[in-house]
Design a protein around this ligand. Structure first.
Ligand code: R5P
Length: 291
């Protein structure tokens, strides 16, 4: 029999106190459904609205990459320092411990290898499987100006439709072909197209001039891509300038896992992204921790 002895109406209704309504500060997300906002809050720290995403999905088109030969040895120890891990479902199921609390941003497009035309991608993961893997977000490559531009945009829009059904946000990754210039004009075009067509966040490269116009023109969070390995101070400076110019954090791979001190480097990046620590100071911290 149910214990109903101390059931009463209670008195703490506080009728004069307005209901609390905490609205997400993440750009462009206030009208999204609860599941979407909740997943975005796992990737982008609510306190700063920024993320330090660790990208290790390179193998999906280029095989074992320097620093990723053994993800179990090189990457798993870095997970506690990453706000999110961008990776493939194969790597998640085979190597990433399910006990990790770091949310997964799941690579959801693929097809061609580095031996072929890279823009010829198709969707490579169903949203159902992304949900099964507890993905916080899915990522799709978009090749604006590339040979298979329309197909890649269509991949993204189909993924957005599916993401809306499941409450899983989509990160559009703007891939810049070799013959395209990574200037603000191009990046504005690419990021804006992705956002207009439904991406919930966009990953794009940094450009030294007018990057603030790229972030300003994009109505959803822009995450800075890392790119090829740079000396650590240069990479930290690029991250610093990107967030100062409005980026909602970074999605870095080689500049972290190819560093001589990957754990110290990701922590240095996090101090720049979340605490606005100056790059020189972050670099000093890196040297101290890397010893
Ligand atoms: C880029 O298009 C892919 O997402 C990459 O595999 C990865 O995210 C690149 O990371 P990074 O350039 O920082 O090494």
């Amino acid at each position: 029999m149910a214990d109903t002895d101390d059931l009463s109406a209670g008195g703490r209704f506080e009728p004069t106190v307005p209901a609390r309504a905490e609205i997400s500060r993440l750009k462009g997300s206030t009208a999204l459904d609860w599941g979407m906002q909740s997943r975005l809050a796992r990737v982008f720290r609510p306190e700063t609205g920024r993320t330090v995403m660790l990208a290790i999905d390179h193998g999906y088109f280029q095989g074992p990459t320097t620093g990723l030969e053994r993800v179990d040895l090189s990457i798993v120890p870095l997970l506690p320092y990453a706000d999110a891990l961008m990776t493939t479902r194969g790597m998640v199921r085979s190597t990433i411990p399910p006990t990790s609390r770091t949310p997964v941003v799941l690579r959801a497009s693929g097809g061609p290898s580095i031996l072929k035309e890279l823009s010829d991608e198709q969707l490579a993961v169903s949203m159902e499987d992304a949900a099964r893997l507890n993905a916080a977000m899915v990522a799709v490559q978009v090749f604006i100006g590339g040979e298979h531009e329309t197909q890649s945009v269509h991949n993204m829009t189909r993924l957005v439709d599916e993401g809306q059904r499941y409450g899983i946000p989509v990160l559009a990754v703007t891939a810049v072909g070799r013959d395209l210039t990574r200037d603000a004009r191009y990046l504005r075009l690419a990021t804006r197209i992705c956002a207009e067509l439904g991406a919930h966040a966009v990953k794009t490269y940094y450009c030294a001039e007018d990057f603030d116009t790229v972030t300003a023109a994009c109505p959803v969070p822009v995450v800075m891509a890392g790119g090829k390995k740079l000396p650590e101070l240069e990479a930290l400076t690029m991250a610093y300038r990107a967030v100062e110019a409005g980026a909602a954090g970074v999605d870095m791979g080689r500049n972290i896992f190819q560093s001589v001190h990957p754990a110290a480097m990701i922590r240095a990046v996090a101090s720049v992204v979340h605490e606005s620590v100056k790059p020189e100071e972050a670099y000093d911290l890196l040297l101290e921790r890397g010893e």
